[in-house]
Design a binder for this molecule. Structure first.
Ligand code: EPZ
Length: 422
């Protein structure tokens, strides 16, 4: 296993390009199961989670061919298995998103439930309830969801909370259902909108993605399509914080201001300059980091997936910030590692009070999940001396070459084998 070693204090400058979105790409890959015809997916980031999704699809009988480094052709001409096994679902929760498409295409699916997670309980009740509302017979047996349906039937579904994954699972299932589905209190995230665009390119009839109500007029069959995945707004936000935390000046190509409004607003409030630049955003900081209040919310609110990175920034502010995490109940694990770097953070329930310190001090730290890892890398960029971030595999699940991108901007960062890792 590798670790990342950072000598803090280098000011980042230059230009960097954002990769394709992991969280858009994963459900879009699962959507390939809905048609026997080939689909082409472009702007795919090369990540561990994408490889895991491909392993699952191959297990189901989906064939693949890389067209180039970031373009993949998937063809589900023949489905050979109806099962998403525990080993794959426990490695990556998004494997559960295959339930809807597999059931809609073949009439049956057996998908392992994902179990616990480092950031919260993350149940799948809303996925199951939504798909059951479409007429599926669902049983929970031996850790698996077993679903059957001759043909799903459109209906009206109210989601208790706007779950991204449940919205995606239900719209994929409803795309092939008989009749019209109205999904109310749906998630509005750009990744949901991208999936709907892909499904519509395959012949689905989905309207309202991006709004609270998504309507799906079921069709008899779907066909092949050629789709380019949106850029990763969370990677873009992470790079914006990297520029800010180092007092740098960076142009982030491919960052979409419209998808990052809450993040841009909060960065500006904390004293960071964000301006549009050709093909992206320019992020600069000359002044002190000002303390702010921050609350994570479903889109278009401030994303939970950028909370850890903002905490690293605010740990360096002049004053006291308050962060409230409303999406996941256990998403402050990075704070415990930031404390080891000299941060002053007190946590109570969903709230973290972050008192800025003049300078973090480098330390060996260990991440428990993807965004926690990136927050520790960001903290290391600003800290004095050396920070070693262990368990880099978390970072590799969701960031394409983050260390190389930061190095190209002037960070003193390298990846080395972690001989002490167990
Ligand atoms: C997606 O997870 C993302 N993952 C997460 O990205 C992201 O943090 C999250 O959305 C929120 O934006 C992918 O897209 C692959 P949810 P998802 O269902 O769909 C509760 C990252 O770092 N809930 O919107 O699993 C749940 O417990 C990650 O890239 C239920 O109660 O998130 C949570 O509190 C991690 N029942 C809230 O809803 C359910 O059936 C939102 O979760 C489903 C969810």
């Amino acid at each position: 296993m590798d670790k990342i070693v950072i000598q803090g204090g280098a000011r980042l400058s230059g230009e960097v390009a954002v990769s394709g979105s992991k969280n858009a790409a994963l459900p879009i890959m699962m959507a390939s199961v809905l048609t026997p015809e080939p689909v082409i997916i472009r702007n795919l980031p090369r990540l561990r989670d994408i490889t895991t999704a491909l392993t699952l699809l191959n297990h189901l009988g989906v064939e693949h061919r890389w067209i180039d480094d970031h373009a993949l052709e998937l063809c589900a001409a023949r489905i050979k298995s109806h099962e998403a096994p525990y080993d794959l679902v426990k490695t990556m929760r998004a494997s559960f998103f295959v339930l809807g498409p597999l059931l809609a295409r073949t009439g049956r699916a057996r998908v392992s439930t994902p179990g616990g997670c480092a950031i919260g309980a993350r149940p799948v009740n809303l996925h199951i309830r939504g798909i059951r509302s479409l007429g599926a017979r669902i049983q929970l047996r031996h850790g698996y969801v077993e679903a059957h349906a001759e043909r799903l039937v459109g209906t009206r579904i109210w989601m208790d909370n706007p779950s991204v994954g449940a919205t995606e699972n239900v719209i994929m299932a409803a795309a092939l259902a008989r009749g019209r589905t109205a999904l109310e209190n749906a998630a509005r995230e750009p990744e949901v909108q991208d999936l709907a665009r892909m499904l519509n390119a395959m012949g689905a009839r989905i309207s309202g993605a991006g709004n609270h109500v998504i309507e799906i007029e079921g069709v008899e069959r779907l066909h092949g399509a050629d789709h380019t995945v949106i850029n990763d707004r969370i990677e873009a936000g992470t790079l914006m914080v990297a520029a800010a935390i180092t007092g740098g000046d960076v142009v982030i190509r491919g960052a979409c201001a419209g998808e990052l409004e809450a993040t841009i607003a909060k960065l500006r409030e904390s004293g960071v300059e964000v301006a549009s630049a050709a093909g992206g955003l320019r992020v600069r900081r000359h002044n002190i980091i000002r303390p702010i209040e921050l609350r994570t919310l479903p889109y278009p609110g401030f994303p939970t997936d950028l909370q850890a990175q903002m905490m690293a920034l605010l740990a360096n502010a002049e004053g006291t910030s308050v962060i409230t995490e409303t999406i996941f109940e256990n998403r402050f694990m990075h704070a415990l590692e930031l404390l080891r770097m000299g941060a002053d953070i007190a946590m109570k329930g969903p709230t973290a009070v972050v008192r800025g310190v003049p300078r973090l001090s480098g330390a060996p730290v260990m991440a428990t999940d993807l965004r926690a890892s990136s927050s520790l890398v960001l903290a290391g960029l600003a800290a004095e001396n050396t920070t070693e971030v262990q368990r880099v595999y978390h970072l590799d699940r969701g960031y394409e070459a983050l260390d190389s991108k930061l190095r190209a901007l002037g960070a003193r960062i390298e990846r080395v084998p972690d001989r002490g890792a167990s």
